[in-house]
Design a protein around this ligand. Structure first.
Ligand code: FES
Length: 610
C-alpha cells in the first residue's frame, strides 16, 4: 500500500542540479568538469559514476586528495606503496578530506630499457596531465626510485595544483661475512673485484642474495636518496621523510602526516609555483653539495627549475659550482664516504644536516606547511650527539674540504660537464693529461674494452661517445666505464674517464659526465676526439680541454658535418622516427638544460606560428 506522501523520506536538496544556479567549479568534485556542453549534466553524470564506487554525498562534499599509486611488481623500490597509501588515506580522512588513489606509470632503474631516464619525461607528462585532468584539491605523489621523484616534481610544478611528495624510503643494509653491504655502491665495487679476479663466482653469487635485503630505494647516497634530500630541502615534505627506512613504522607515520598535511595544503591552495622561489632551489643545491649527492641530480634539478616560470633562467650549471665552492662535503655516506642511509637517518637526517648548514641557507624560503624554513628549524631544535657528529660533520671539519660536484668547461665541453670530485678514488687524476682511448659507442666499448691488445695504460683517458640525450636516448648510466680487465688485474682501480652520458649516483671514480654539446651533435668537439689526442682535466681550474689545434678541430667538425648532410648520422635520422622514441629524439634538450622536452619547459617553444 502506498504511504501517505507526508511520510516519504525526501531526497536531499542538491543545488548541483539547480539549472538556475551556475556550478561553483573551482574545488572538489565540481572542478574540471568533462566537457559535454552542459555543466550541470557533466556533474550529474560524474556523480552517477562515482556513486558506483559507494561514495555518499557527504564523502563527495569533502576536499578531494589524490594519491598517486606507483606500485609495480617490477619496481622493488616501491614495494611499500600499498602500505603508504593506506597510511596516507588515514591521515586525509582524520582531517576530513576524501582520499582517492589512482595510478601513473612506475619506473624502476634496472627494469627499464634502454634506460629509466628515457621514460622520466613520459612519467612527468603522465603525472602533470592526470593531476590537471582529474578533480583533485591536492595530490600526494608517491615516488622513490631514481627517476620517479624528479618526474613527479616536474609534472607537479607544471600542473601547479597543490602537490605533496611522499617518498618510499631507503632499503636496509645487508651483510655478507660480517661486512655491511648496500645497493648499489657495493654492487659496483664487488662486481669490479669480480672482474679483477679478487673474488670468485661463489662470492659474487652469495653477494647477489644480500645486496638488497629489503624493499625500498638504494641504501646509499645515490640518486634516489639525493632526490629525497633535495625534495625535503625544497620544503616539500617533513624533514624525516627524506631518510626514514622504507620498512620502518616511522615511514608509515610520515605517510599519515602527509595525508593530514594535504588537507591543510588544499584548504590554503598552496601551489608549487607560489611556494617555490629561487631561494628554495639555492637551498636544494646547497644540500646537494653537502651530501655529496648524485651527479644525476644536477640534470634533474635543472629540468625541475626550468619548469618554474619565475625561476627558469635564474639558475644555471655555474650556480652549482659557485655554491660548491662555499659548501663542503659533510656527510659520510657511500659512495663518497663509508656509511648507509639508515645511519644518516639515525644520526638526525635532514634535520641534523640543515641545522649544521643553517648559516648557508635561505631561511625565508616557504615550506609546504606555510612556515618558512627558518621557522621549521626554530621549532625543531637538534642537539648533536656522538654518532650524529660521525655521520654529519660540522662546517669546520668537513669530510672533504673541496666541492663535491664541480662544473668543468673548455673546448671539449663548451656548454659544461659535471664531475663528482669527492668520489674520485685516485686524486692525482683530478689534475691529469693523458692520451685518449676512444670508444664510438656502448657496443664498441663492450667489444674492445677487455681486448688484451687494447693500447691502454693507467694514464690513458677513456672516452665514450654517443651516450648523450639523443645519441643513446636517456643518457645511459654508462659513464662509469669499467677499468680494462688487464689493468684491473694489475691493481688499477681508477682512471680519468669522459662521456656525454650519466653515471649512477651510487658509483665513484674520476668520471667526467654530461659533456655538452653531446657527441652526436654535428658541431660537438667530443664527437671528433680521436685515439691518441691528449686530453687535460684540471679540476682546480675547472678545465676540460682537448689539446688539439683549433684548425684541426674545425677540419674534423666540417668533415663530420658533410657526412651528416649526406644522411649518415643519427642527427638527421631522428626526424623521421615514430612513436615516443621519435618524440624523445626530436624534442629532448641537452644535459645542462635538464634533458627535458623543449615543449615542456616553462618557456615552451615560444609563439606558435599561425
Ligand atoms: Fe631504485 Fe636504486 S634501483 S633507487
Amino acid at each position: 500500500m502506498a504511504q501517505p506522501s507526508s511520510t516519504v523520506p525526501k531526497a536531499p536538496q542538491n543545488d548541483d542540479y539547480d539549472l538556475s544556479k551556475p556550478i561553483n567549479s573551482t574545488s572538489g568534485l565540481r572542478q574540471g568538469l568533462t566537457s559535454y556542453g552542459d555543466p550541470h549534466f557533466s556533474l550529474f553524470l560524474r556523480k552517477v559514476f562515482i556513486k558506483a564506487l559507494g561514495y555518499s554525498e557527504d564523502a563527495l562534499s569533502r576536499p578531494i586528495i589524490g594519491i598517486i599509486n606507483t606500485y609495480s611488481a617490477l619496481n622493488p623500490c616501491h614495494a611499500n606503496v600499498p602500505q603508504l597509501i593506506e597510511a596516507a588515506k588515514r591521515g586525509v580522512h582524520l582531517r576530513g578530506g576524501l582520499a582517492v588513489d589512482f595510478p601513473t606509470i612506475s619506473i624502476a632503474e634496472s627494469f627499464s630499457s634502454p634506460t629509466s631516464m628515457f621514460l622520466r619525461n613520459l612519467m612527468s607528462m603522465d603525472t602533470e596531465e592526470m593531476i590537471k585532468a582529474q578533480p583533485l584539491d591536492a595530490c600526494i605523489m608517491i615516488g622513490g626510485c631514481d627517476k620517479t621523484v624528479p618526474a613527479q616534481l616536474m609534472g607537479g610544478i607544471s600542473a601547479n595544483k597543490p602537490v605533496l611528495p611522499l617518498i618510499t624510503g631507503p632499503m636496509m643494509p645487508g651483510s655478507y661475512r660480517g661486512k655491511r653491504l648496500g645497493a648499489c655502491t657495493d654492487c659496483r665495487n664487488n662486481w669490479a673485484s669480480y672482474r679483477a679476479g679478487t673474488i670468485d663466482m661463489e662470492d659474487i653469487s652469495m653477494l647477489n642474495e644480500e645486496l638488497a635485503p629489503t624493499g625500498g630505494t638504494c641504501g646509499v647516497m645515490g640518486t634516489a636518496s639525493t632526490m629525497a634530500c633535495i625534495t625535503a630541502a625544497l620544503g616539500f615534505m617533513p624533514l624525516k621523510g627524506a631518510s626514514a627506512p622504507a620498512v620502518s613504522s616511522a615511514r608509515l607515520r610520515i605517510a599519515e602526516e602527509t595525508g593530514a598535511n594535504a588537507v591543510a595544503v588544499a584548504a590554503a591552495k598552496r601551489r608549487p609555483q607560489e611556494m617555490l622561489s629561487k631561494e628554495s632551489f639555492l637551498n636544494a643545491i646547497t644540500v646537494l653539495q653537502a651530501i655529496g649527492g648524485s651527479t644525476n641530480a644536477v640534470v634533474h634539478l635543472m629540468a625541475i627549475i626550468n619548469r618554474h616560470p619565475d625561476v627558469q633562467g635564474q639558475i644555471t650549471l655555474e650556480t652549482f659550482d659557485e655554491i660548491g665552492r662555499k659548501v663542503p662535503l659533510l656527510i659520510d655516506l657511500k659512495p663518497s664516504g663509508d656509511n648507509y642511509m639508515t645511519d644518516f637517518h639515525n644520526a638526525g637526517g635532514m634535520l641534523g644536516l640543515l641545522h649544521v648548514l643553517r648559516p648557508l641557507l635561505h631561511l625565508q624560503a616557504i615550506t609546504i606547511t606555510g612556515q618558512t624554513l627558518g621557522e621549521v628549524l626554530d621549532s625543531s631544535p637538534f642537539r648533536t650527539f656522538q654518532f650524529s657528529a660521525e655521520i654529519i660533520g660540522p662546517l669546520t671539519n668537513p669530510l672533504h674540504p673541496n666541492p663535491s660536484l664541480v662544473v668543468l668547461r673548455g673546448n671539449l665541453a663548451p656548454k659544461g660537464a659535471v664531475m663528482k670530485a669527492s668520489a674520485s678514488k685516485d686524486r692525482r687524476l683530478l689534475h691529469h693529461s693523458g692520451p685518449a682511448v676512444v670508444f664510438k659507442n656502448s657496443t664498441d666499448l663492450a667489444l674492445r674494452l677487455d681486448d688484451p691488445n687494447l693500447p691502454v695504460t693507467k694514464d690513458s683517458v677513456l672516452v665514450l661517445q654517443s651516450i648523450g640525450p639523443i645519441g643513446n636516448p636517456g643518457m645511459p648510466e654508462a659513464g662509469l666505464i669499467p677499468i680494462p680487465r688487464k689493468l684491473a688485474a694489475e691493481g688499477v682501480t681508477d682512471m680519468l674517464r669522459l662521456s656525454d652520458g650519466r653515471m649512477s649516483g651510487t658509483a665513484g671514480g674520476t668520471i667526467v659526465l654530461h659533456i655538452s654539446p653531446e657527441s652526436v651533435v654535428p658541431s660537438s668537439v667530443l664527437g671528433v676526439v680521436q685515439d691518441g689526442d691528449i686530453i687535460t682535466c684540471d679540476v682546480d681550474k675547472r678545465v676540460l680541454r682537448l689539446e688539439v689545434s683549433e684548425e684541426e678541430i674545425q677540419r674534423r667538425v666540417s668533415e663530420r658535418k658533410t657526412a651528416e648532410a649526406a644522411g649518415k648520422g643519427v642527427w638527421k635520422q631522428r626526424k623521421v622516427k615514430r612513436g615516443y622514441r621519435g618524440l624523445y629524439e626530436r624534442c629532448v634538450n641537452q644535459a645542462e638544460e635538464g634533458a627535458d622536452f623543449d615543449f615542456l619547459t616553462a618557456a615552451g617553444l615560444g609563439e606558435a606560428s599561425p
